[in-house]
Design a protein around this ligand. Structure first.
Ligand code: G3I
Length: 364
């Protein structure tokens, strides 16, 4: 890496650490980037597929598409080293009633991962958007609510103990203004539902890495501040939280530096960092009718920035990057033409794919 580039990165880290310390106070665990000696160098020849990246790169997948589409399956098994269920492990997918479960899709993913030596990241135990109807109509005391929270989390995490490496324990729990998001668990149990969810998951599988996953850290200071403050207080209270998930549904109208900043700033918490739902939409204002070279290059820059920023944080904090889908038509943004992923509708590599690999080359 050229000295000028090294200086730039060191200065940026120093500024971020200073900003973070000024806004939040000292962190319980601070990453020391300046003395980090874990950086390695990677050459193009060493990186022919995403699977050879120095940290896991993965995708959100759908069981029915894995079963039915050989091209889709082939990309997952040759390029990815980690999978998240796009929907299969959400509460409303698994839970059919109290102590009544639908396991088929989640089991399929876990078995598929074992056969193909892929890591499974569990997404997601608790999310305000996915409250099954039986939960919404449940009636009981605060302790009863804690019991059903514990039952659900421990039945799911326990079933996949040793097979699912990590979980998004709570998803999207902070509002845009930084306050705690309303949800049934907050109403019935209070803010304690957050730490209880982590503790219950940890009891069921002490080896699983546990994440708080949320969006918007790359564009909102209020979200960043609130998320890191929450993580910091959980750590201080000995809650078993191991990482932060930055969803990073972004687009070419947003700056490359925002991506880098969000990843670097998250690492200052000392927790593992997962870019958990990366996609880069190229058509945010819906004016494009076709993918073109200009937006392809803008998209590539953003994928490259994410890979490079993940490489630049200390090795033990690089949980990895998960893309939210495999190829453009499998994106949640489809059928809007957003061309947000690194593989196109013909399962061909796009410039965004090269961007991910280039982000890992020394000096790029
Ligand atoms: O599978 C059913 C189908 O049987 C039914 O006929 C149809 C009718 O609406 O719905 C289908 O389910 C849809 C499901 O996606 C599968 O396509 C749900 O309605 C739809 O709500 C669901 O959307 C998912 C969304 O989360 C809500 O769960 C998206 O696929 C998924 O990409 C999206 O992922 C979220 C992350 O979990 C959290 N972060 C944001 C991200 C994007 O919104």
């Amino acid at each position: 890496m050229p000295n000028a580039e090294k200086m730039k990165i060191t200065n940026m880290h120093a500024i971020i650490i200073l900003l973070y310390a000024l806004t939040l106070g000292a962190c319980s665990k601070q990453a020391n980037f300046d003395s980090d000696n874990s950086k390695q160098t990677y050459q193009k020849a060493d990186l022919q597929t995403l699977r050879q990246a120095p940290f896991p790169i993965g995708a959100a997948v759908v069981p029915s598409t894995l079963k039915s589409n050989a091209n889709y399956r082939n990309i997952v098994t040759t390029e990815m080293s980690s999978i998240s269920g796009e929907n299969a492990m959400k509460m409303n997918s698994i839970s059919r009633g109290r102590k009544s479960y639908f396991w088929d899709d989640a089991d399929y993913l876990v078995n598929f991962a074992a056969e193909n030596k892929l890591r499974v990241h569990g997404h997601t135990l608790i999310w305000y958007k996915h409250t099954p109807t039986w939960v919404a109509s449940f009636s009981g005391t605060k302790d009863d609510w804690k019991t059903i929270l514990k039952e659900y989390i421990q039945d799911v995490v326990g079933r996949y103990k040793g097979k699912v490496a990590s979980w998004d324990v709570v998803n999207e729990i902070i509002n845009d203004d930084g306050s705690l998001r309303d949800c049934i668990w907050l109403q019935k149990i209070g803010p304690e539902y957050i730490e209880l969810s982590f503790r219950y998951a940890h009891e069921a599988d002490p080896a699983a890495l546990l994440f708080y996953n949320d969006y918007g850290q790359e564009w909102s200071h209020a979200r960043r501040k609130a998320a890191y403050h929450l993580a910091d207080s959980l750590v201080k209270n000995n809650v078993p939280i191991h990482g932060l998930g930055l969803q990073m549904h972004t687009n070419v109208a947003r700056s490359v530096n925002d991506i880098r900043y969000a990843i670097t700033a998250a690492a200052v918490t000392g927790l593992k960092v997962h870019v958990s739902e990366l996609d880069v939409a190229v058509n945010p204002d819906k004016k494009l009718t076709a993918f073109n070279e200009t937006v392809a290059q803008q998209q590539k820059e953003r994928y490259r920035a994410a890979a490079k920023a993940m490489l630049d944080i200390p090795e033990n904090q690089r949980f990895g990057i998960t893309m939210w889908g495999v190829h453009d038509p499998s994106s949640w943004l489809s059928p809007n033409p957003d061309w947000a992923l690194p593989f196109n509708n013909l399962f061909e590599k796009k410039p965004a794919y090269d961007g991910l690999l280039e982000g890992l080359y020394q000096g790029k």
